[in-house]
Design a protein around this ligand. Structure first.
Ligand code: FAD
Length: 478
């Protein structure tokens, strides 16, 4: 009998429950194990940063398997086509094991494929592993879902956390299907020539070894100061682990247990960090219960706000980081250049697009989705709806971020701005947050002529703030 593990956002050998259970089943029945990846056609319609990073992670994992002498087949095609190839390759397939996927797309795909497999007499088993507390695990005492983070977090803290599982790689190697004895027609070469070859950018920080190294480094060097430094983009005070969490190169439970082990020494830093991990679970739970919120506002009363939907001049300024507000521009350029953006700047740039430009949050969400290598639909939608004041437990609409004030607070010396907006590199700190106020002589001295080298502010923040609040107020009255 063959037990197959269908890999998706769990590209790791540590704490991989699906592999662990498949191996166990194989050991108990003297069977064999095989791992495989399914490349769905929907994944390759656009190749952008987030797909580039994910595909290179798949390739990295495939190479790692190769080093262990395990062949990882990739099957391409719509579910029926791809899974028919799987069945043709392994005619004694008994069961398929996988990590549960709670996205709307993932749930629908899994339903379709599991029913296809069941009809062929093949069992399927889904396992936890993408969250510390799974999206369907926690409800209020009356069985209804939480809507507010604080009480959710209280219950989350008390909830028993899963132990991590470890896999004996030697045993896996012994139990792995022998590649030569099967007629495997997989699509690895299609993947290499039509997908990997079209990636725009090469990413180097990939894979579980790198992830574990970065986790250990973060715990040793930055966990203690996390609470103080996490909001300052120039300080690299956060873990930068999100891309690895996204691909599953690092299991959330592994992070949780490693950080919890340092709670006595790292104190507030560790507590604050764990709370952030819980936000990820909270947003995943909200999206699982309300899948329609991927495109619709969580708050019903805000479903008809008159957002701008045109990708006009202001939109172009936002995506290219030329709004004339240095902190917004630095954030957008960080995203465009690195595929990642600091959390504080995600809040600032999202607030700016929605509250200063009044542009539809869905456009911003879609842009982040293309660019972010850590793109996660639940956290991204959650973050956008939070910033636009239309989500669950969102920032109240009357508290509009002032981009200049945010800049003064979180990048006081303008170091981050100068790193990503080089035309402002010579601007004195006094003017770095609002360069348009520089006297002409200072502009000349710092080789930054406003309107020529760096744009004037594209909007009047005070005016836009008033407009936004008025629009929300009107919606509340109607
Ligand atoms: P750390 O501060 O080191 O936090 C550790 C981990 O906790 C993160 O890796 C992440 O898994 C989780 N986390 C931290 N903050 C949040 C948060 N506010 N919401 C949910 N989880 C959190 N995160 C994504 O992973 N993917 C996204 O697509 C995404 N889009 C966002 C869009 C907007 C508009 C906003 C405001 C936030 C978004 N976030 C998203 C959340 C957050 O910005 C990132 O998780 C964080 O910046 C990743 O960097 P880090 O790993 O250094 O975080």
């Amino acid at each position: 009998d063959i037990y197959a593990v269908w890999l998706r956002n769990d590209l790791r050998f540590h704490d991989n429950r699906a592999i662990h259970q498949a191996l166990r089943a194989a050991c108990e029945t003297n069977g064999r194990v095989v791992l495989f990846f399914h490349l769905h056609p929907n994944f390759i319609t656009t190749i952008d940063s987030h797909h580039d990073y994910f595909f290179q992670s798949v390739h990295h994992f495939q190479e790692k398997c190769q080093q262990l002498n395990l062949h990882l087949p990739i099957f391409f095609g719509d579910p029926h086509e791809a899974f028919s190839k799987l069945l043709a390759s392994f005619n004694t397939l008994k069961a398929v094991f996988y990590q549960k996927d709670y996205t709307r797309f993932g749930k629908e795909r899994d339903k379709e494929i599991t029913s296809f497999l069941h009809n062929k007499g093949i069992a399927t088993y889904g396992f936890s592993g993408s969250h510390i507390v799974e999206p369907d695990e926690l409800t209020k005492a009356d069985g209804t879902p939480y809507h507010v983070f604080t009480p959710y977090f209280r219950k989350w803290q008390q909830h028993l956390k899963p132990k991590t599982v470890s896999i004996n790689l030697e045993e896996l190697k012994n139990r792995y299907v022998c590649h030569d004895s099967h007629n495997i027609k997989d699509d690895t070469s299609y993947f290499k020539h039509h997908v990997l070859a079209h990636c725009h950018q090469q990413w180097t920080d990939i894979g579980e070894e790198k992830a574990i190294e970065l986790l250990e480094q973060f715990i040793e060097e930055r966990l203690t100061t996390y609470a103080e430094l996490r909001d300052q983009p120039a300080q690299s005070g956060t873990s930068n682990l999100s891309p690895f969490i996204k691909t599953g190169a690092l299991s959330p439970a592994t992070i949780f247990h490693s950080v919890t082990a340092h709670i006595d020494t790292a104190g507030k830093g560790a507590e604050t960090f764990i709370k952030e991990l819980a936000w990820r679970d909270f947003y995943a739970m909200i999206y699982h219960v309300y899948p329609e919120t991927d495109t619709q506002e969580y708050q019903l009363k805000y479903r008809d706000l008159p957002w701008q939907k045109d990708e006009d001049e202001l939109w172009q300024r936002w995506i290219t980081g030329t709004t004339g507000f240095p902190i917004v521009d630095a954030g957008m350029r960080q995203l465009n250049e690195t595929g990642w953006m600091h959390n504080r700047l995600r809040m600032v740039t999202a607030s700016f697009l929605t509250k200063d430009y009044l542009i539809d949050w869905r456009l911003g969400e879609a842009y982040f989705a293309k660019k972010l290598i850590d793109y996660d639909i639940a956290s991204n939608v959650g973050g956008w709806q939070w910033a636009a004041s239309v989500g669950t437990d969102a920032v109240p609409y009357f508290r509009v971020f002032n981009p200049t004030r945010q800049s003064e607070r979180f990048d006081p010396k303008g170091l981050f701005i100068k790193q990503y907006v080089p035309e402002l590199a010579q601007v004195p700190v006094k003017y770095i947050h609002h360069p348009a106020t520089m006297p002409h002589a200072t502009q000349q001295a710092s080789t930054c002529l406003i309107g020529h080298d760096y744009p004037e502010p594209s909007v009047d923040h005070a005016l836009q703030r008033k407009k936004t609040i008025a629009i929300f107020k009107e919606e509340n009255l109607s």
